[in-house]
Design a protein around this ligand. Structure first.
Ligand SMILES: Cc1cc2nc3c(=O)[nH]c(=O)nc-3n(C[C@H](O)[C@H](O)[C@H](O)COP(=O)(O)O)c2cc1C
Length: 278
């Protein structure tokens, strides 16, 4: 029997947060008490770990897909989890229509390696956060009502399992849905290896007022001002600083990414777009 739930997620652009909120509402409607943590800006989710340690908890963990994988703060959160008994887990990812990569598998593997059981999982199509300025962005309009309905179906199935003495687990192999060869290639392609190919950010010092909005917005605290913004090695290239800057002082040309991202979508032609594993 699992009487409580926790939802931990990272969401630079807000879409994964939307999914977390749909999950939270559905759980609360069923009378389950929910603890939520938005990783980033210094929050490593340790207060959730303390609560989860008490047992009888179903832990939902969400991440956007960044270059095939989950974001570092989510990977770090999972690796900080000690082996806790009487906890079951539900990983979920949002992806931008290029490829959901192996992010869900990565999370599932890290969790099962720690001895947690997986009782559900989901991948949800979303607006591609690198294409917000594009005329015709991938994932436009998603998550939509149908996506939200599927998320609710996932939660309903999890709720049923939570009421059981020994909830039936899903198999990790269900989350290895990419063809074997593609999966092996995606293992090698990460945010780190792709970093050099992502658009460079430049600071227009004439416009910058050193207001700190960029550093306050950064989900991974990668920006220091000395006196102008400088980006640390842990920058995840979410470009939220650029979007938040009130002066438009952070500049990057994201337009060359458009064809590359659309090329990937064509190459992988991934279906179904939103999928739950129950
Ligand atoms: C640097 C970067 C890398 C991304 N890599 C992928 C990817 O490999 N595949 C994909 O479909 N979407 C990719 N996306 C899009 C995000 O996964 C998608 O927009 C996600 O919903 C963003 O979640 P958020 O709004 O919670 O930040 C990437 C976005 C960024 C900024």
């Amino acid at each position: 029997m699992f009487k409580k739930a926790a939802i931990v997620y990272c969401s630079p652009g807000g879409t994964t947060r939307h999914v977390a909120q749909v999950i939270e509402k559905q759980l609360e409607n069923a009378g389950i008490s929910v603890l939520t943590a938005d990783l980033g800006k210094g929050n490593d989710g340790s207060f959730v770990i303390d609560e989860v340690k008490k047992g009888e908890t179903c832990l939902f963990i969400g991440s956007p897909v960044y270059v095939n994988h989950p974001l570092p703060p989510v990977q770090q959160f999972i690796s900080n989890l000690s082996e806790i008994t009487n906890v079951c887990t539900v990983p979920f990812v949002t992806w931008g229509g290029a490829t959901s990569g192996i992010a869900l598998y990565d999370m599932g593997k890290a969790l099962t390696d720690k001895g947690f059981s997986l009782i559900g999982a989901g991948k949800i199509l979303a607006l591609h956060s690198m294409m917000q300025q594009s005329e015709n962005p991938l994932g436009s309009g998603h998550p939509d009502k149908e996506d939200d309905n599927l998320i609710q179906d996932l939660v309903n199935s999890v709720l049923k399992k939570m009421a059981e003495e020994a909830p039936e687990a899903i198999a990790l192999s269900d989350l290895a849905y990419q063809p074997e060869k593609v999966h092996a290639e995606m293992e090698k392609m990460t945010l780190e290896t792709a970093r050099g190919h992502l658009p460079k950010k430049e600071i227009n010092e004439a416009l910058c007022t050193e207001c700190r909005v960029c550093s306050e917005t950064c989900p991974v605290q990668a920006i220091t001002l000395s006196p102008y913004p400088e980006f640390g090695k842990n920058c995840i290239c979410c470009f939220q600083c650029m979007r938040a800057c009130p002066e438009g002082a952070i500049e990057a040309d994201l337009s060359p990414m458009e064809d590359r991202i659309k090329g990937k979508a064509k190459q992988f032609d991934e279906h179904p777009l939103t999928q739950i594993f129950v």
